[in-house]
Design a protein around this ligand. Structure first.
Ligand SMILES: CC(C)(COP(=O)(O)OP(=O)(O)OC[C@H]1O[C@@H](n2cnc3c(N)ncnc32)[C@H](O)[C@@H]1OP(=O)(O)O)[C@@H](O)C(=O)NCCC(=O)NCCS
Length: 178
């Protein structure tokens, strides 16, 4: 099959791998966050605070940070951690894929990777929050396709007309007999 210009094979998913984030990923992750054109500056600042904490503290820290890499270049980022004051609940705090490679399976790989790690850590419930605004329509579709279910909605939380939508996945629940 003829390789596409980004090194992927034809229409198949590009050869993206997922690994723990390292400090040299920071600039590419920052750029990906900015280039999505979705986040305000205060949101970008918070994302970078989370990333910096994860990079400084590594596996011992609260935030567990993973980078999707294509041909040696960071193209996506996911950060998760155990939700404080819960037993076995985890939050996916951030996920972002660089716009030039979106809709080609990278986000799915990052989610699968995080879900596998959360399962190893005894996670029974995964929570992810996003906006109910029109700019996040695709993001909401992405979570729904990954079997996350809307379990709460806080009307006008982020701004008038921008709800907070809380999606939940309970991986073990699927294994219980009905
Ligand atoms: C949301 C995001 C992380 C998804 O990553 P991605 O690499 O683009 O997603 P994938 O290519 O893995 O897509 C996974 C699924 O979403 C679906 N999808 C992709 N593009 C879509 C679109 N335009 N509309 C609806 N569904 C879409 C795909 O069909 C795919 O499902 P399937 O392969 O199981 O059929 C990415 O688009 C992104 O960074 N968005 C901006 C930042 C953001 O919203 N982050 C979350 C903040 S809460």
């Amino acid at each position: 099959m003829k390789p596409a210009s980004d090194g992927s094979q034809g229409c198949s998913e590009p050869e993206v791998t997922v690994r723990r984030s390292v400090p040299s990923d920071r600039e590419a992750i920052r750029r990906a966050i900015v280039e999505t054109d979705l986040f305000r500056q205060d949101e970008i600042d918070i994302a970078l605070e989370v990333l910096d904490d994860a990079l400084a503290r590594g596996a011992e820290g609260h935030y567990q940070s993973y980078t999707a890499e294509l041909r040696g270049q960071p193209v996506g980022w996911l950060c998760f951690g155990p939700t404080p004051c819960t037993v076995g609940t985890f939050d996916i705090y951030w996920i972002v894929v660089a716009p030039h490679i979106q809709a080609r399976g990278t986000g799915k790989k990052l989610m699968r990777h995080a879900e596998g790690l959360i399962a190893q850590l005894g996670g029974r419930m995964i929570v992810v929050e996003t906006s109910g605004g029109p700019a996040y329509h695709r993001t909401r579709q992405f979570y729904l396709k990954r079997d996350y279910r809307e379990e709460a909605r806080l009307i006008d939380f982020y701004a008038p007309g921008e709800d907070k939508v809380v999606y939940v996945k309970r991986p073990a629940a699927r294994e219980k007999p009905s």
